[in-house]
Structure formats: structure tokens, C-alpha cells
Design a protein around this ligand. Structure first.
Ligand SMILES: Cc1cc2nc3c(=O)[nH]c(=O)nc-3n(C[C@H](O)[C@H](O)[C@H](O)COP(=O)(O)OP(=O)(O)OC[C@H]3O[C@@H](n4cnc5c(N)ncnc54)[C@H](O)[C@@H]3O)c2cc1C
Length: 387
């Protein structure tokens, strides 16, 4: 068995999970290499603000000594939360208490990843390396083949490569399935629209009705990220006829889907500027497990992709911490380290994936406002009583 000093650990993917794994290992004196398909860091472009939980994401940040830096830039006011029906009537107006910081402050994805990247030793991440396949060899080793022609033989390959992981097929036949929900993402300069900014709050708002939703989330750069969600066939975004590449025309077409919604809510489409993005929401089977294999494992979305409901990045960072600490604890025995990590990860991630799946579906269900209101009130009561 290779000793700890000799082991070559490859992490596929430089998202929050991969970066955190390399950083915890680095703090423990273990070298690893991240292989990222993009030619430079693209995390800032991949979505908006993320809430980082005290009992998962923040634990990992504490482990790598970055909790104080995180707290200095995190937006505690971003925990404001508003729920509307399609007529613009407000059903929940939760204002974060500035004197009693909550346990789920917000940070922009780009800022979080910048924090991790700045703490990593130079040269630990290789950009422009897209994994094409990983082939099992003897004694748990794997040969990695990249699209730039590079190959490498490693003692441990960790798939931190997200929803469509190229490492996952080594462990399971499960693939990410379309949930039946598609999203259109727009963005608004809140400083140019003070009325809308006040309506939105300092955090997030959701307006629900007719199995659709409009959501708005204020980001650290002053822009409101807007999401329009629809129940739709997998191909709907391609054949719905909305000219997504011509924002002016697309906005007019998108407004027709919300014809009888309140003007205050339609402003989220009217005031949008810049490019319009589309995405389909995917999930892995809830409670996915596999038999431990030598020399390979998964973290984050590659392991337990679920619809976005506020847990994904937290789980990815917790996975990273648990795996790294297990490698340290089991010294050179990588099989034992993987087995211990996976057993623990399966237990905490399956409950969270189930909750994400249920709450996400509730948002686009019949009488969604009443159901989501009940759920949020329980959640907010729980948050109050735990302080
Ligand atoms: C709209 C939206 C909103 C969300 N909001 C929240 C939220 O508020 N809170 C929260 O906790 N979570 C949220 N999530 C979920 C969260 O974004 C993910 O769970 C999280 O990013 C997972 O991190 P990861 O590192 O596992 O994977 P990713 O962030 O997907 O990173 C994977 C990395 O792997 C790279 N990669 C992929 N394939 C290859 C390959 N073949 N070779 C090399 N590199 C590769 C990619 O380029 C990427 O850098 C949201 C998700 C969406 C879609």
C-alpha cells in the first residue's frame, strides 16, 4: 500500500466541493491536484447568492480557518424572506434581525470560491483539464484521460464534477434525471429600480401560483437574480418559441405566461436587463448509494444532486471536510477512509435530498402558497427557538 506521502489524489472539478476538499487536505499536509475543465475560475458566473449553514458549510470553513473571513463578508441581512401569491399579496415577511445574526448568512458564489482559491497553494489546480474517462487499474489505482491528451495514474480519484459526473459511472449506473421543472434566469440592477428593490427585501422573495413561480434574490453586487420556474416537458425551452437570445422580445413573450399576475410581480420581468439564461433542473435518485470501490469516491452534486432548495453547496463542503478528515484518520488506508466517509455521507445526504425534493416540488404545486407558508412558518419557528 502506498504511504500517505506517496499517494496521488486527484480531484475532478473546481467547484465549491472540489476546492474545499483540496484545502482541508492541504491544511493537513496532504497534497492533491484539482483538474478543472474550464480554462479559468467560472464559479462567479454559475449562479447567485448561497446561504451557508452553521451546521455544515460553516463547519468546513471553520476547519480550514476561514470562518472569520467568511463572517466578515457574509450578508446576514440576506436572510430576509418574503412569500407572495400571484396577486401580490404578502403571506410571509421575515426580516432578519441585525442584532441577532442568524445561522444561514448569504454569500455570492464567486466570493465564496475566491476565498477558497486564495487560500490554496499555487499550482494545486489545473485549468483546461476536462476528464473524458477514468479507467480502473490494479490495487485501486485509476488512469485518468483528459480531453487535452494528458493522462495520469492516481491512487484516489474524487469526483467533484457535479451533476453530470464522469467519475460516477465507476460506482453506479444512476444518472441525473430531469425533474419536470425548467427555469429562466434574468437579472436586474436594483439601484436603477429602488421601488422593486424595496419590494424584494434585502434577501429573497418567492411569488407562487398556477404551478409557476417568480423568485428574486438580492446579490452582493446589487443585482437581483430573478428565476421564473415552470412545470414543462424536457424540450419545452427549445420549442416554446421564446427568443431567449433577444432579451427585449423574450421579456414580452415571458410576460404572457404571467398575464393575470400582479404588476408588482411582472416588474421582475420588465425591469430585467442583460442576457437571459435557461436551465433544466435535474436530480439523482433520492437516497442513492453504491458499494465502496477502492480508489474512487464522489462528493457534492456528483454524489447526491437534488433540486436547489438551499442545501447543495453546504453538503458539498461538508462532504469535502468529512472525506479529508477520514483520509487523515485512516492514514494510508484509502479503502477504509472511503468506506467510513461514504457511510456517514449517505446517512446525512439522503434526508437532505428528500427535503429538497419535497420543498422544491411544493413550490410549483396546486395551492402552493398555503403549503409553502405552512412549511416556512415551521422552519422559521424552529430557527427562533434554537437561538
Ligand atoms: C439556481 C440554483 C440555485 C442554487 N442555490 C443554492 C443555495 O442557495 N444554497 C445551496 O446550498 N445550494 C444551492 N444550489 C446548489 C449548489 O449550487 C450545488 O449543490 C453546488 O454548486 C455543488 O457543488 P459541487 O462542487 O459539488 O459541484 P459544482 O458547483 O457543479 O462544480 C463542479 C465543477 O466540476 C467541473 N467539471 C464538470 N465536469 C468536469 C469534467 N469532466 N472534468 C473536469 N471538471 C469538470 C465544473 O466545471 C465545475 O467547476 C443552487 C443550484 C442552482 C442550480
Amino acid at each position: 500500500m502506498a504511504t500517505k506521502a506517496q499517494q496521488h489524489i486527484a480531484i475532478i472539478g473546481g467547484g465549491p466541493g472540489g476546492l474545499m476538499l483540496a484545502l482541508v487536505l492541504q491544511k493537513k499536509g496532504i497534497r492533491s491536484t484539482i483538474y478543472e475543465r474550464e480554462i479559468s475560475d467560472q464559479n462567479a458566473k454559475r449562479g447567485g447568492s448561497l446561504d451557508i449553514h452553521e451546521d455544515s458549510g460553516q463547519l468546513a470553513l471553520r476547519e480550514v480557518g476561514l470562518l472569520e473571513q467568511f463572517q466578515a463578508i457574509a450578508r446576514y441581512s440576506g436572510q430576509d424572506l418574503r412569500l407572495f401569491d400571484k396577486h401580490g399579496k404578502i403571506h410571509i415577511d421575515n426580516v432578519a434581525d441585525d442584532n441577532a445574526p442568524g445561522d444561514r448568512p448569504e454569500i455570492d458564489r464567486g466570493k465564496l470560491c475566491e476565498l477558497l482559491l486564495n487560500a490554496l497553494e499555487p499550482g494545486c489546480i489545473r485549468y483546461g483539464y476536462k476528464l473524458v474517462e477514468a479507467l480502473p487499474l490494479d490495487e485501486g489505482k485509476h488512469e485518468l484521460r483528459f480531453d487535452n491528451g494528458h493522462t495520469d495514474i492516481v491512487d484516489l480519484v474524487v469526483g467533484a464534477d457535479g451533476a453530470f459526473s464522469r467519475v460516477r459511472p465507476l460506482l453506479t449506473d444512476a444518472v441525473a434525471e430531469y425533474t419536470g421543472i425548467s427555469r429562466v434566469d434574468l437579472s436586474i440592477d436594483s439601484t436603477a429600480h429602488p421601488e422593486l428593490a424595496a419590494f424584494n427585501s434585502r434577501g429573497s422573495m418567492f411569488a407562487l401560483g398556477d404551478n409557476k413561480s417568480i423568485s428574486g434574490q438580492l446579490n452582493g453586487d446589487g443585482r437581483i437574480r430573478v428565476g421564473l420556474s415552470f412545470r414543462a416537458d424536457r424540450d419545452w425551452l427549445d420549442h416554446c418559441g421564446v427568443a431567449f437570445d433577444q432579451p427585449g422580445e423574450a421579456k414580452q413573450q415571458l410576460l404572457t405566461y404571467f398575464d393575470d399576475w400582479a404588476e408588482s410581480l411582472k416588474s421582475y420581468i420588465r425591469c430585467a436587463d442583460g442576457a437571459i439564461m435557461t436551465r433544466r433542473i435535474y436530480t439523482l435518485p433520492i437516497g442513492l448509494r453504491w458499494d465502496t470501490q477502492p480508489g474512487v469516491t464522489l462528493i457534492g452534486d456528483a454524489a447526491h444532486l437534488a433540486p436547489p432548495a438551499g442545501d447543495g453547496v453546504n453538503l458539498a463542503m461538508r462532504d469535502a471536510m468529512e472525506l479529508a478528515l477520514s483520509i487523515v484518520q485512516h492514514k494510508g488506508d484509502l479503502v477504509k477512509a472511503i468506506e467510513t466517509y461514504e457511510r456517514k455521507m449517505f446517512a446525512y445526504s439522503s434526508g437532505s435530498a428528500q427535503m429538497s425534493y419535497e420543498s422544491f416540488n411544493l413550490m410549483l404545486s396546486d395551492d402552493a402558497v398555503t403549503k409553502v407558508k405552512n412549511l416556512l412558518e415551521k422552519f422559521l419557528e424552529g430557527a427562533d427557538s434554537s437561538e
